[in-house]
Design a protein around this ligand. Structure first.
Ligand code: ZN
Length: 270
């Protein structure tokens, strides 16, 4: 029985992932997000049986039914990641902030509301990760959506008005170094999207965790860049989007921040 419940939640997640794929593909190009899905190559409208999350990709053997061109791995990857995240969040496998360590004592409706918020945050992060990776662009709509989810996430965590203004300030503090890099590199190293994104991250996490998220982003970004250069996929001068790494840092700090802060306190005493 419990297996069936988690299987349904995985399928729901994969279906939402399918919608996130539409956002990833269309928002950076300024296309409407309504309207039927079509093939990236031949633009032919796809039928429902071509759009079954995860399955269609493998049934069609990675090829468009009509023009036989290769389909992007992005489609099943996003669907699988979203499905797995839904299951993990529902299963409380992911620890979510200290305030909610007693999450099981919440009423059903608040629990459901909180679940929706975390799902919303994670879905926004998935869209930002893949659209920045693919197009080097983070749509304003996704940033606004992320901010709205972050705002309600704070409300849910019983944040007071005073704390709210502190979190807004944290947003500016965390965004400052990114803004300076953006400004002095004349948009070459960072884009305006990175500045907005780090502002929201500072608001969501507070300045300490926000900076740690940026730190994780720089480290993972550097490792990734080195690997690409060693594999000769990129040259030293070529651009790598920073947004995906901010997303990685943020997710690590959002879900495991409490533990990481404890470890830092033990080692450095602050
Ligand atoms: Zn096609």
């Amino acid at each position: 029985m419990i297996f069936l419940i988690f299987l349904s939640i995985f399928i729901l997640g994969a279906a939402i992932g399918s919608f996130l794929n539409v956002l990833i593909g269309r928002l950076p190009k300024g296309e409407k997000i309504t309207g039927r899905s079509h093939c990236d190559h031949c633009r032919k409208k796809l039928r429902w049986y071509d759009l079954i999350p995860i399955l269609s990709f493998f049934i069609l053997d990675r090829k468009c039914r009509y023009c036989h061109k290769k389909l992007s791995w992005q489609y099943p990857i996003v669907e699988i990641i979203t499905g797995i995240s839904f299951v993990l969040i529902t299963n409380y496998q992911i620890p979510i902030t200290r305030q909610f360590s007693n999450i099981r004592s919440l009423g059903n409706w608040s629990l459901f509301g909180y679940w929706l918020l975390v799902i919303g945050l994670l879905s926004s992060f998935i869209v930002i990760f893949f659209s920045d990776l693919k197009y080097h662009l983070i749509s304003d709509y996704v940033l606004i959506t992320l901010f709205i989810f972050s705002f309600f996430y704070k409300l849910f965590n019983n944040v007071t008005i005073q704390q709210f203004s502190n979190f807004f300030l944290s947003g500016l503090i965390v965004a400052l170094p990114i803004f300076l890099i953006y400004y002095f590199s004349k948009e070459r190293a960072m884009g305006l999207g990175d500045v907005y994104l780090s502002t929201i991250i500072g608001f969501l996490l507070g300045w300490k965790r926000g900076y740690l998220a940026l730190y994780i982003a720089v480290i993972t970004g550097a490792i990734f860049g080195l690997v690409l250069i060693v594999l000769k996929k990129k040259k030293l001068q070529s651009k790598i989007a920073f947004g995906p790494f901010i997303v990685i840092g943020t997710i690590v700090m959002l879900f495991w921040g409490e533990k990481i802060m404890e470890i830092i306190k033990k080692i450095y005493g602050f």
